[in-house]
Ligand binder design. Sequence first.
Ligand code: DAH
Length: 369
Amino acid sequence: MSDIDIIKKEIEEQILNADNLKALDDVRVNALGKKGRITELLKTLGSLPIEERIEFGKKINAVKAELELKLTSQKEVLETKQLNEKLKKEIIDVSLPCRPETQGRIHPVSKVYEEVVAIFAEMGFEVADGPEIEDQFHNFNALNTPPNHPARQMQDTFYVNNDVSKEFDMDSAYVVRTQTSSVQIRTMEKKQPPIRIIAPGRTYRSDYDATHTPMFHQVEGLVIDKKTTMADLKGCLYDFMKEFFEVDDLKVRFRPSYFPFTEPSAEMDIGCLKNKTELKIGAGTDWLEVLGCGMVHPNVLKACNIDPEEYQGFAFGVGLDRLAMLKYGIPDLRTFFESDVRWIKNYGFAPLDISSMTIGLSGNGGLTR
Ligand code: DAH
């Protein structure tokens, strides 16, 4: 075997033994690179006699071409091997869920808030807002609440000293609003009738037991127009309760009541079945008080510079937390605000559970808890 055949055989072996692309490239450089063994042989051509030069030149070039071919095919083998290894390592099971199950839950109060807004939005109401730290004019005076009214007592109302440089003065002190009714006044000061708003938000009173917490939530409603009657009030609230509790033949009744800011005033009850172990809305012969309402008192309209001879309207106030307790069977209000993860996992709602009048209020697509 000639030298060139031995070199060729050695290089061919090296090609086959190269088990990665880097090793294969080293083989190529050592054979065909500037100082490679084949290149070095080519350089010796000049020193050979002419006849041998032609013969040897042809031979070296043939060997070179053959080695190049082998290098290319081994490169393809190694590239395929490398790709397969990569694919195996980066394997993705497309049948697995793409995200872990969501951990967070929507609080029942937020859920009920969304439901109430969805129902009234459908009836053409806007959502209005007002401050939680309020002056007594908006929280009491403009709502026709006399100076000595029991609701103003410190046992019920949290007063805020708004000027710390002075002694606390009950008459000029601010309050954390005791009712969202203050938003009625704020709205009528800003806006001319017709008015159709609801005002959901936080309210505060000095009270604490299974159905009362110092902070709780209310939704206020206010409709002012030229011809608004008690019949409109009853129809609107009946529709709301039916939609909210998702009971078609819900029984309701209105009982006479008293609120300083409405005349006449009423309380609304819904029909239910009540016994020691269960509470079922819409069934049975019992009644459950759910809301206060009435025709807006002329003094309230006057306090907002609206002429009671020309305009009239109705208002209502309902406890959001109470609605949540009744609809979702939650027995103790205090647990709403204890931030217990086990509680929210039990009573909370799936984050994508949107409340809408078209896809459903509480039971859309099986996404609810
Ligand atoms: N503000 C009353 C409360 O907190 C609820 C209420 C009753 C609001 C009658 C009203 C209404 O707008 O007309 O107890």
